[in-house]
Design a protein around this ligand. Structure first.
Ligand code: SF4
Ligand code: SF4
Length: 61
């Protein structure tokens, strides 16, 4: 497995729920109706960033 660098974080979620369905490893969960990323599961595929039209998911190095 290649080494991961960075994280994807949710900032300003509008609670539309779209990102949760796109994640191939089920790393997105809800907490108080806001989406959160499980960084242990996340493979940094970036699919959720494309999916979030509210631009609430950000990649941070
Ligand atoms: S797609 Fe974006 S706005 Fe919608 S639930 Fe996910 S993080 Fe929130
Ligand atoms: S970057 Fe990929 S693996 Fe990580 S939370 Fe988003 S969709 Fe899931």
């Amino acid at each position: 497995m290649s080494e991961k660098t960075g994280y994807v974080v949710v900032f300003g979620c509008k609670r539309c729920g779209k990102c949760k369905n796109i994640c191939p490893v089920d790393a997105i969960y809800e907490e108080n109706e806001l989406s959160k990323i499980d960084t242990e599961k996340c493979t940094l595929c970036m699919k959720c960033i494309d999916e979030c039209t509210n631009r609430a998911i950000i990649y941070m190095e």
